[in-house]
Design a protein around this ligand. Structure first.
Ligand code: CP
Length: 303
């Protein structure tokens, strides 16, 4: 039970999520009835979100699930209730599946220890964001036909990125080569436990890249750390009309969002036909339908 990270998944489990997501996408886009699931899901978000929240809500609605949203500012967390007590309370309040976003790595794992139903990690600090990686994988497969053998350059603030870590595991398990590209200060100090190459030069990092995934500078996680000149960062690492020429001619541009336009991406990279950013958001709905349906299958003992 529970989807807490990509690292511990088998390739066959990732393939099942993608296969199910494609079935949901086909049903939703052709107007066929979507098999309905009965139960309740609660989104417990300790950090802001637009696309993850909206797509989980959309996924739950399309599956016929009852949903609720709990955030610190409008819940008893504001009165000092701990995460543990909040999660146990939601369990007794009849929630079957908990989707949790939290700034601390491992918070969803802690929630899963005390929650009887399914727990889905919607992003925990700098650790993982498994449903984003599944959405990104589905997007690459849909636009490129396969991910096997492709070179994916993930560029920017890698050290603070849960998306980079989940994608590193997800894409390499599926046969891609993943390269982390950024200034040394924004690359993890020790990448030896991750299945990636690293590069602190954009030209070398983008060479032969089939996919370029740009990341936002996560200033909220920098804790006063001095990034140096933003202009210098932008000049060295921005993905734009010029720097895209360093990658393959048919390169796919991705970004998990939210974008800081003019910093990690220019308008051309974000909005041209090279861009798959809107596909990533839309595919996020279908992978989250697959993930939620799987949690409820497991609760019913069908999986
Ligand atoms: N990609 C992502 O997690 O975006 P949000 O923070 O808007 O949910």
């Amino acid at each position: 039970m529970s989807l807490l990270d990509i690292r511990s998944l088998q390739r066959s489990e990732i393939e099942t999520y993608i296969r199910e997501a494609i079935k949901y996408r086909n049903a939703c886009t052709s107007g066929e009835p979507v098999p309905q699931v009965s139960g309740t899901v609660c989104l417990l978000f300790f950090e802001t979100s637009t696309r993850t929240r909206a797509s989980f809500e959309s996924a739950a609605r399309k599956l016929g699930l009852h949903g609720s949203f709990v955030a610190p500012a409008t819940s008893s967390i504001q009165k000092g209730e701990s995460i543990r007590d909040t999660v146990v309370t939601l369990d007794y309040a009849g929630v079957d599946c908990l989707v949790i976003r939290h700034p601390s790595p491992g918070a969803p794992h802690q929630a899963a220890e005390v929650f009887d139903g399914g727990v889905v990690n919607a992003g925990d600090g700098c650790h993982e964001h498994p449903t984003q990686a599944l959405a990104d994988l589905l997007t690459i497969i849909s636009r490129k036909g396969t991910v096997e053998g492709l070179t994916v350059a993930i560029v920017g603030d890698i050290v603070h990125s849960r998306v980079a870590r989940s994608n590193a595991w997800c894409l390499t398990k599926m046969g891609a080569r993943v390269r982390f590209v950024g200034p040394r200060t924004l690359l993890p100090k020790d990448c030896s436990l991750l299945p990636v190459e690293t590069c602190d030069n954009l030209a070398a990092g983008l060479s032969d890249a089939d996919v370029v995934m740009a990341l936002r500078l996560q200033r909220e996680r920098m804790n006063g750390y001095d990034l140096g000149g933003l202009a210098e960062y932008t000049q060295r690492f921005q993905i734009n009309r010029e720097s895209l020429k360093l990658a393959k001619e048919d390169v796919l541009v991705m970004h998990p969002g939210p974008i800081n336009r003019g910093v990690e991406l220019d308008d051309f990279a974000a909005d041209s036909t090279f861009s798959a950013i809107h596909n990533q958001v839309e595919n996020g709905i279908y992978v989250r339908m697959a993930v939620l349906a799987n949690e409820f299958d497991k609760l019913r003992g069908d999986a």
